[in-house]
Design a protein around this ligand. Structure first.
Ligand SMILES: *Cc1c(COP(=O)(O)O)cnc(C)c1O
Length: 335
């Protein structure tokens, strides 16, 4: 069995009880939906969500080299940015605690948000939360804001929103190491949800020739990501390997929006497969992918791996909203 050497090193670094050290780092779970059988395709889900209970899914890979860089440059303090339900800040808070780094989370919104389950965890793990209004938040990447943060919080390693940047791309390329031995060889297409696009960019740089990539942006108007991902690759000094594409109609109204159909789909998918998806990322991936299958967009015989990038912590406190929305849905679901 194959274990990516870096994954093992990182696991030791943040003291992860790595599942099945004698086996593969992540489980590749076949999805046996009637829809896939009819289309003559084989689809599996790479369960990155199972790798660690708190450092969710792809964030484990996005943070790895950021934290390594911060530590090797001697920083004691890391600062980053996110929304009130940010999987990134949640993961960073936990990883920082385990690694003995101070963490500061700059959160878009009101101090009242500190009471939600995501930020309560982060604060319990020692993250200092600093709330800023939307306008300040929008300027967060400017040198002036960086200076002001350093004035206020002292010398610190700054990680861009969502954990983006060259170290994130390097870490996300290692998601391929998380495939069980031999599984990648037969895989023709890998699909994943896209926020900032750093995870996809890392995969683009590291992908084997035969393996195409399909990203599903979860925000509206995601076509800017074609340029943005290309420039993230350039900034990291990585080659754009082509062979990747975006499916732009899977956003369900925009970032954080939950359509009635999406709410109904999350429930039906869990009933059918026992697998829990989140409404912000992985739910939109599966719904968008299944619609594509229905419309004949995936050639028969294709072996597909979809990546479960995690994010389930964000579901807490959403049960009633999801119930109300799925109860109001009338219509068919692509399953
Ligand atoms: C952050 C996140 C993503 C998006 O990753 P990007 O690198 O920003 O595109 C996808 N899925 C989940 C569950 C996430 O938390």
């Amino acid at each position: 069995m194959h274990i990516g050497p870096h994954l093992v090193a990182y696991a030791a670094m943040i003291n992860i009880p790595w599942p099945g050290v004698s086996g593969a780092p992540a489980r590749l779970q076949p999805l046996l939906l009637p829809l896939y059988r009819q289309a003559g395709i084989e689809v599996s889900l790479l369960r990155l969500d199972e790798l660690h209970s708190q450092v969710s899914g792809n964030k484990l890979f996005k943070l790895k080299y950021h934290l390594e860089q911060a530590m090797s440059a001697g920083y004691r303090r890391v600062i980053s940015f996110g929304g009130a339900f940010s999987n990134h800040l949640h993961a960073l808070a936990f990883a920082g605690r385990v690694m003995g780094l101070e963490t500061i989370g700059v959160v878009r919104g009101e101090p009242g948000y500190a009471d939600n389950p995501t930020l309560r965890d982060a604060a319990d793990w020692g993250m200092r939360l600093h709330f800023v209004d939307r306008r300040t938040y929008r300027c967060k990447q400017t040198p002036e804001v960086a200076d002001r943060l350093r004035d206020r919080f002292g010398d610190c390693y700054i990680i861009a929103e969502g954990g983006a940047g060259p170290p994130a791309l390097q870490g996300c390329g290692e998601i391929f190491d998380a495939f069980p031995a031999g599984a990648l060889a037969g895989t023709g297409l890998v699909g994943l949800a896209v926020g900032t696009g750093s995870t996809l960019a890392g995969l683009v740089a590291a992908r084997p020739e035969h393996c195409r990539l399909l990203g599903f942006p979860v925000l509206r108007g995601g076509d800017f990501l074609y340029r943005d991902i290309a420039s993230q690759l350039r900034e990291a000094g990585l080659a754009d390997s082509a062979g990747w594409q975006l499916q732009l109609d899977a956003h369900e109204g925009g970032y954080g929006r939950v359509s009635l159909q999406l709410a109904a789909f999350l429930h039906a998918f869990e009933q059918e497969t026992g697998i829990c998806l989140d409404p912000v990322y992985t739910g939109k991936l599966l719904l968008g992918f299944n619609r594509l299958v229905v419309s004949g967009g995936i050639a028969a015989g294709t072996r597909v791996v979809l990546i479960h990038t995690g994010g389930l912590q964000g579901l807490r406190g959403m049960a009633k909203t999801l119930y109300d929305r799925r109860s109001a849905f009338r219509g068919a679901l692509p399953l």
